[in-house]
Design a binder for this molecule. Structure first.
Ligand SMILES: *Cc1c(COP(=O)(O)O)cnc(C)c1O
Length: 338
């Protein structure tokens, strides 16, 4: 049995071994039974399509422990839908809803003692994975696949509090092509972003902001997170064929409307960065990462949004977290109680 963390709030966002994971194999045109494993290893053919041709997709979601001691899984149905959207995009079989649901619930229950307690700011990160395992040397989709889920307790993204970060706008790299795979949650997009991400980190930036690959005129994505800006009474977020539909962003749009902001999902020209009073990146890991500055070195411009997180960013962040933890009523039916 693996060691339970002794300081939940100090946990980084990193792999942490837990006792069990769940797996389901697709062979001969059909999905098999869900299996429970205590091994951290998977055995796959060295010629598997996922290893050579990137036929793989993943998901990320979280489970939280509420003040009432109940476990809440946030919007897993959306992750299931998105995983199957990715699967269709790169020719993998869709995972039936019953299998996905059972897998998520089983893996959380089986690792119950690794779910961080309420009040620590930590949560249980859930990582579903769908990979081509069939041997392929010629470029072709595999005939065998593995769907699995493992979990890891992760600490609060901002251990020292909600802090604004510096972002680098890049013009020499694209994460995803305009009509490429940017809308799918696939490893290839991440491979494409590693070098520019590392370079930005070395230069002291926390994140990279990409522009649309075709015209370099519009905001695309902020590393592995969606971008949003606040302008007047509007929540503005890019609409693009090469960004991943963030479930956090979807949720924030709903909450923004509830807070009487107008939601604008449209092309966002780079120049509009100077009109925003607040800017942020959003995703499961941090919910919202407020942005302090965006440096567009090539154009000699720096857009600034203040050292402290803005009013709307704080409101939206708190509201979404309150729903996830069960502190606020789940009126949209986002939470599955375990
Ligand atoms: C996962 C991911 C996001 C965030 O999506 P959430 O569902 O909010 O976690 C944003 N952009 C990219 C490229 C991603 O892979």
């Amino acid at each position: 049995m693996k060691t339970i963390p002794d300081n939940w709030s100090k946990l980084p966002f990193a792999y942490y071994p837990t006792n069990y994971n769940v797996r389901c194999y697709y062979r001969d045109g059909k999905w098999g039974e869900l299996e429970i494993s205590s091994s951290e290893q998977i055995v796959i053919h060295m010629s598997a399509s996922s290893l050579h041709y990137g036929q793989e997709s993943f998901e990320g979601l979280k489970a939280f422990c509420g003040q009432d001691g109940k476990i809440r899984i946030f919007r897993w149905q959306n992750n299931w839908e998105r995983m199957n959207f990715s699967a269709r995009g790169i020719l993998m079989p869709e995972v039936p809803k019953e299998i996905f649901e059972q897998a998520v619930k089983d893996v959380v229950r089986l690792n119950r003692e690794f779910i961080p307690p309420y009040g620590t700011g930590a949560s249980l990160y859930i990582r579903p994975l769908l990979i081509g395992t069939g041997a392929r040397l010629g470029v072709a989709p595999a005939d065998e696949f593995l769907f699995m889920i493992f979990v890891a307790p992760v600490g609060p993204y901002f251990p020292t509090g909600f802090k604004a970060v510096d972002v680098k706008l890049v013009r020499d790299t694209d994460r995803a092509a305009t009509l490429g795979t940017g809308q799918y949650k696939v490893g290839g997009n991440y491979a494409a972003s590693l070098a520019s991400g590392q370079k930005a980190h070395e230069e002291g930036f926390k994140m990279v902001l990409y522009l649309d690959a075709k015209e370099k005129k519009y905001i695309d994505e902020c590393g592995p997170a969606n971008f949003f800006g606040i302008k007047g009474n509007s929540y503005v977020t890019p609409n693009s064929s090469s960004i991943l539909q963030s479930i956090t962003n979807l949720s924030l749009c709903t909450l923004a409307e509830e807070l009487r902001l107008k939601v604008e999902r449209r092309k966002v020209p780079v120049e509009e960065l100077s009109d925003f009073t607040e800017a942020g990146a959003c995703g499961t890991a941090a919910v919202i990462t407020p942005i302090r500055s965006i440096s567009d070195k090539e154009k000699g411009k720096i857009y600034t949004y203040g050292n402290e997180p803005g009013e709307w960013s704080v409101k939206l962040y708190k509201k979404l977290q309150a729903i996830q933890l069960g502190d606020e009523k789940d009126k949209y039916g986002w939470v599955t109680l375990l």
